[in-house]
Design a protein around this ligand. Structure first.
Ligand code: SAM
Length: 306
């Protein structure tokens, strides 16, 4: 028997003419794979769960359940936009999990990446112990992902999170409120360290834009949906990173630390700039794909060496 999901018809072993959850997942995974989407099965599961108004893992309990026509129509529209237009899954569902936190995302913020959890892990190792009070500055907070992950892990941490985009800060504020973390997070709009003038912190973190403008042409189609200011730093790509390393010491307490995410090929240069700027304990961390992606350094404590 042949059936169609939208404009494409497929064969099915089922005689009933209805689709089950598992059949839809298999068909869509094959469709996305043919289109060159790396995360075909995961994307199919996220979109089907969204269309059915359920959790992704719930699908595994409902593999044999028939999907109603109205739900299938909703799913078909999502599959079309993901496949043909390459709209990222998070933009279609409006949500993304980061550090096990359910975050709302919109076209105004960068969709948080699993690789950025490397920065969160590094930051946790740089902060004082769990029971100690500490102050964090997150420059270019976007959805609030990094600051919220750290606040969720450290009950005595307080954070200032900044961004040049007021629209991004509105999303970060909404996420903070929904997660019950708003009381310990202050949001301010402005460039780089501008909103933190005259303030010092125990840790400065940032996942700044680090692509060069010339890289725009060769990027994955999904990146067209991300805000430009979240991706591109300038002609070199390293402009923001340089400014962060150069300005951090003026906003850190004695013994305070800086941790930034970089492109893999930028990490050695950033480590060198940190040493030149007077940071000690300079360290490079690898991401999930074993590429160097986070660089950190620590200022000397008063009366001691870095
Ligand atoms: C790569 S995104 C990171 C977002 C979020 N921190 C994350 O890791 O998912 C960079 C963010 O920095 C902001 N940004 C870019 N240039 C900036 C600047 N000069 N000063 C402050 N924020 C900036 C962008 O608006 C964007 O939200």
């Amino acid at each position: 028997m042949r059936r169609s999901l939208g404009s494409i018809s497929i064969s099915t072993s089922s005689a009933s003419g209805t689709w089950t959850v598992l059949e839809l997942l298999r068909w869509t995974t094959g469709h996305f794979t043919k289109l060159g989407i790396d995360t075909a099965r995961l994307d199919a599961e996220c979109l089907l769960a969204h269309a059915l108004g359920t959790e992704r893992l719930r699908l595994y309990l409902d593999f044999d359940k028939p999907v109603e026509d109205s739900e299938r129509a909703r799913f078909r529209d999502l599959v079309k936009r993901r496949g043909a237009e390459r709209v990222p899954v998070a933009h279609l569902t409006g949500k993304k999990e980061f550090w096990s936190l359910p975050l709302r995302v919109t076209p105004d913020v960068l969709t948080p990446r699993p690789d950025t959890e490397t920065l969160v892990e590094a930051a946790l190792g740089l902060l004082p112990g769990k029971d100690q009070e500490a102050r964090l500055l997150d420059v270019g907070t976007g959805s609030g992902a990094i600051a919220l992950a750290l606040l969720s892990d450290r009950p005595k941490l307080r954070a200032l999170a900044t961004d040049l985009s007021a629209a991004a800060l509105a999303v970060a504020g909404e996420n903070a409120a929904r997660l019950g973390l708003g009381e310990r997070l202050e949001l301010r709009e402005g460039l780089l360290f501008g909103p933190a003038a005259g303030q010092r912190f125990d840790l400065v973190v940032s996942n700044p834009p680090y692509l060069a403008l010339a890289e725009a042409a060769g990027l994955a189609p999904e990146l067209r949906f991300e805000p430009r200011e979240a991706l591109f730093s300038g002609p070199e790509g390293t402009e923001c990173l340089r400014a962060l390393v150069a300005g951090a010491a003026d906003h850190l307490e004695d013994g305070g630390a800086l941790a930034v995410e970089t492109a893999p090929w930028q990490a050695p240069a950033v480590a060198g700039w940190m040493r030149e700027a007077g940071f000690g304990e300079v360290r490079v961390y690898e991401d999930l794909g074993r590429r160097p992606r986070v660089v950190s350094g620590r200022l000397a404590r008063s009366g001691g060496d870095a």
